[in-house]
Design a protein around this ligand. Structure first.
Ligand code: MV4
Length: 501
């Protein structure tokens, strides 16, 4: 029985894991780097251990330091969260050696799915549809030409060790084949130390739709329906929703069954996600499997009515799943907006810094998973994701209207952020219509990049930002003092009049 969990992560996901542990009466251990001494996950956990300097390689990616913290704290399990070590098979192997439960899949499932060629072959054998293309690794230019002759252009050349877009080349003309092969393969060698590539037919304007699965150690595998993740920019997801407005209920059932077959084929255990690309005619193809909890898991939690972290812990404890496939249903609609500390006007550059003001939305149907507070300095070392707004409605329209309302209430000052950009997506016809593809952001660039919003929300932000800068720079106020002053309306209005705002 797990009694103490070390959370080998930071930010909103570390906080989120601590919350479920607390509800289960399980003690929690946070780990933190230099830059995260004052991070929220450290405050929320029962104990916290320093694991090294700010750069991830020296702290959140340092297995030795994390294992030392686990030993010192007496944790009997480790939750890896997402990113960092979550898909490194060495981490569960080390846990096994040291007698600590890894809250995640077995290392073999991680490595099979981590190698895209092995994953592809495993899926073919399991009868899961994959994109037409070469069965395995491309070993010569001649072989590449032969494959491309069969399937026709355009094609994608992909690195076996890749994922998330790295080591990928689109080839539309015959003359590009040789150079694309060389560059994909050398990029893969540099990035992953493995230059193996494979070739698939290019699917134009696809949807990215993924299925949540849960598998226990007794052979039970269930799927918790899909998430539509097509709103993304350079392989960074921005908005996800469930149910997908694009899938027919027939297709949903077929894809759910394919996802279960994919998980079974690698003897999966724990929570995982099977990604598909879906073309305009709803033909679906296995893309990859993510062997971890995902950023966008809360929309599934809301619509299906489960706590995925609790399920992960129950599975790691060796318990059988209590959920039965036939009892699972999608209730209403959920949308997640990812709030990033980044500057949309400056090519979405990460924008770390001191958070001087934050208003978090509340109200019916709203959940915010975040990791920042007023006075927290967002470090430049990590992912700029700072909060997720998860909104539920009885149907898509309801969830959409509620999301727009909640985004309007959301205010962050001190750091650049994408709140306005998110609002513009939700206000766009393309999103409202529900028939968007993975090309949505590029196709709607001009509309989305407009910064003049004729709404008062914008003006509030300007006032608050100016006020906070005044306090910080002119009054030399500490973050604590700034919060105190801001909460006092009289001071606030006085400064507003002084500043002629
Ligand atoms: C593809 C594809 C079209 N055809 N494969 C991007 C991430 C990597 N996991 C696979 N990706 C793609 N593979 C074939 N055969 C288009 C993409 C793709 C994409 C996939 C999902 C979500 C967003 C995407 C954005 C650009 C390209």
């Amino acid at each position: 029985m797990i009694r103490k969990v070390l959370v080998a992560n930071r930010g909103e996901i570390a906080v989120r894991i601590v919350r479920s542990c607390r509800e289960m009466d399980i003690l929690t251990v946070a780990v933190y780097s230099d830059a995260d001494r004052k991070a929220l996950h450290v405050l929320y956990a029962d104990e916290a251990f320093h694991i090294g300097p700010s750069p991830s390689v020296d702290s959140y990616l340092n297995i030795d330091n994390i294992m030392r913290a686990a030993r010192l704290s007496g944790a009997d399990a480790i939750h890896p969260g997402y990113g960092f070590l979550s898909e490194n098979p060495e981490f569960p192997s080390r846990c096994q050696k040291e007698g600590i439960i890894f809250i995640g899949p077995p290392p073999t499932a991680i490595s099979t799915m981590g190698d895209k060629i092995t994953a592809r072959r495993t899926m073919i054998n399991a009868g899961v549809p994959v994109v037409p293309g070469a069965e395995g690794k491309i070993t010569s230019e001649a072989e590449a030409f032969e494959v491309i002759n069969q399937i026709g252009l355009p094609v994608m050349i992909k690195a076996s060790a890749g994922g998330g877009g790295k080591g990928m080349r689109l080839v539309s003309k015959e003359g590009e084949i040789k150079s694309a092969l060389r560059s994909a393969s050398s990029e893969a060698r540099t990035a992953f130390g493995d230059d193996s590539v494979f070739i698939e037919k290019y699917i134009e304007s696809p949807h990215h739709i993924e299925f949540q699965i849960l598998a226990d150690s007794h052979g039970n595998v269930i799927q918790l329906f899909e998430r539509e993740c097509s709103i993304q920019r350079r392989h960074q997801k921005i908005i996800e929703e469930t149910p997908s407005p694009f899938l027919s209920s027939e297709r949903r059932i077929q894809m759910g069954e394919a996802a279960v077959a994919a998980a079974r084929a690698v003897d999966y255990q724990g929570a995982g996600t099977v990604e598909f690309i879906v073309d305009k005619d709803q033909n679906y193809y296995f893309l990859e499997m993510n062997t971890r909890l995902q950023v966008e898991h809360p929309i599934t939690e809301r619509v299906v009515g489960v706590d995925l972290v609790k399920e992960q812990i129950n599975i790691a404890n060796g318990n059988a799943l209590q959920l039965k496939q036939e009892d699972l249903k999608q209730h209403g609609h959920a949308i997640e907006c990812r709030v990033y500390a980044e500057d949309p006007a400056n090519n979405f550059m990460p924008a770390p810094g001191l958070v001087t003001h934050i208003d978090i939305p509340y109200g019916v149907g709203v959940r915010v998973d975040g990791s920042i507070y007023e006075g927290f300095e967002i470090p430049l070392y990590y992912d700029p994701l700072i909060a997720k707004l998860i909104v539920w409605g009885k149907d898509r329209q309801d969830a959409l209207e509620r999301s727009r309302r909640a985004l309007r209430e959301f205010k962050i000052a001190g750091v650049k952020n994408n709140l306005l950009f998110l609002e513009r997506i939700l206000l766009s016809e393309g999103f409202a219509g529900g028939d968007y593809t993975t090309h949505y952001i590029e196709e709607n660039r001009d509309f989305l990049m407009q910064e003049d919003r004729c709404e008062d929300h914008c003006e509030d932000i300007v006032i608050i930002t100016a006020f906070m800068e005044y306090l910080q720079k002119v009054k030399k106020a500490s973050p604590k003092e700034m919060t105190a002053i801001k909460n006092n309306w009289k001071d606030y209005s006085r400064v507003r009049s002084v500043l002629k705002l």
